[in-house]
Design a protein around this ligand. Structure first.
Ligand code: ZN
Length: 295
């Protein structure tokens, strides 16, 4: 028996030593401010779809306020409010100033970095644009914690689902005006696409994903429900008709599920035209006169 105890203690020591070794490399990732912004470690090949931009500029620096106290507080407010809306603890938010800060990015280690040049561009489109991008980044944290999207049809499904989370948040917490909503999202795409060479998706894919989020925002949904409904309604755009097949299988729909399904049944054609880029900008930006949200 004593021999086993000694063996156990020996193995425990070896195990703890190994843990120590691993912890050292994780520490640097967990608190990015131990590095300069440009030295923040990239999360490797697996993280490619999450990268909103190239690395932070060599002369960028950590800041406590970016653009102005007013805009920093707007950003912090939506970051916190989006986390609370999605029921996750608030991810750490670090701010970056200086050249090469035209970026916002969510990291697996549980934090979000926001750049001054990026906030400066976004605020020209008003608080809705800042709210949209803040919620997109927090949406990535929801994905990291839950391994969403549950189904991935394309490499950019992760980015498109983050747009859906952002669309959902903006309708529920920021504005019922769909013109403001669509224009703010459009600004976010135009910036994202310039920087990322298309990893965030085509114009049609992003507009359709945002609109699915905008429509889902009518109902008070869990993260799992947003993941589920995004999958169903986005899949139907790639594989038209699959939506109705699902309906046939789901004989036990709850009242709300049926309501959501019936609503989206009336939007199939509209979403397809957006997805296939057959809808004009004028039509896309027009006010949709949305129903009041349900609590
Ligand atoms: Zn993203």
């Amino acid at each position: 028996m004593k021999k086993f105890k000694i063996l156990f203690l020996f193995l425990l020591t070896v195990f703890l030593q190994n843990c120590d070794n691993t912890d050292e490399s994780i520490d640097a990732l967990e608190d990015p401010t131990t590095l300069s912004p440009s030295e923040v470690i990239s999360e490797g090949a697996n993280a490619t779809p999450y990268q909103f931009d190239s690395d932070w500029g060599a002369n960028s620096y950590w800041a406590s306020t970016i653009v102005s106290t007013y805009w920093t507080n707007i950003l912090k407010g939506h970051h916190a409010n989006a986390a609370s809306t999605f029921g996750i603890s608030e991810p750490r938010l670090y701010l970056i100033g200086g050249s090469g800060s035209n970026n916002a990015k969510s990291y697996h280690a549980g934090y979000v970095l926001w750049g001054e040049q990026f906030l400066d561009l976004a605020n020209n489109y008003g608080t809705t644009a800042v709210a949209y991008i803040a919620a997109h980044e927090v949406g990535h944290q929801v994905q990291f914690q839950n391994n969403y999207p549950s189904k991935r049809y394309q490499t950019n499904t992760i980015e498109l689902q983050a747009d859906c989370f952002a669309g959902y948040y903006v309708r529920r917490k920021v504005t019922a005006n769909s013109t403001n909503h669509s224009r703010a999202a459009n600004f976010a795409y135009s910036i994202g696409e310039n920087i990322t060479n298309g990893t965030h998706g085509s114009k049609g894919q992003r507009r359709a994903s945002t609109r699915i989020g905008l429509y889902l925002g009518k109902w008070n949904l869990t993260n799992a429900q947003i993941d589920y409904y995004f999958d169903r309604y986005y899949a139907n755009l790639i594989y038209p008709g699959t939506f109705n097949n699902y309906y046939g299988k789901d004989s036990q729909l709850t009242k709300v599920e049926k309501e959501i399904f019936d609503f989206f049944s009336t939007k199939t054609e509209e979403l397809s035209r957006i997805y296939n880029e057959e809808m004009s900008d004028e039509e896309y930006f027009k006010d949709l006169k949305l129903d009041p949200i349900q609590s």
